[in-house]
Design a protein around this ligand. Structure first.
Ligand code: HEM
Length: 118
């Protein structure tokens, strides 16, 4: 059986699944509202939830990056140094993509000149 040192800690796992759920929701919500007529309450509602969860996502990602840098248990992927390096690079790319997407979302909203209401 795996020892606790071989597992990601509970908070890291919570961050992981919350991020996964949010990314799926953000992606799906935008593609659903694109197929709805402009001005319908459902379209507007989905956009509001998208923005609110987008703000929450920015906080979540900042928290998880801080936790990744300063806390938590992150076991090595494998005993092979090249595989560990590849895993580190892949994780770094995923953090970068998340940060880019959140930044683009905020820029999109600012470009619309609309307020950020949670
Ligand atoms: C993984 C995260 C996200 C994904 C996958 C995602 C995806 C999308 C997609 C596909 C669109 C439609 C673009 C179009 O109209 O062609 C969109 C629009 C938008 N997103 Fe996101 N987004 C994410 C995060 C965010 C965040 C963090 C914010 C900011 C709080 C945000 C704010 C917006 C806004 C304001 C729009 C335009 C809404 C409108 O048309 O009025 N998004 N997003």
């Amino acid at each position: 059986m795996n020892s606790p040192a071989d597992r990601y800690d509970r908070l890291t796992r919570t961050f992981h699944w919350l991020t996964a759920a949010l990314v799926i929701f953000m992606f799906a919500s935008a593609h659903i509202w694109e197929n709805l007529e402009k001005g319908t309450p459902l379209r507007k509602g989905l956009q509001s939830v998208h923005i609110s969860l987008g703000i929450a996502m920015a906080v979540l990602i900042a928290a998880r990056i801080l936790w990744r840098l300063f806390g938590g248990n992150h076991p090595k992927a494998d005993n092979h140094p090249a595989l560990n390096l590849a895993a580190k690079i892949a994780h770094g790319c995923l953090y970068l993509l998340l940060l880019t997407q959140v930044t683009l979302g905020f820029l999109f909203r600012w470009a619309q000149g609309e307020p950020f209401n949670f």
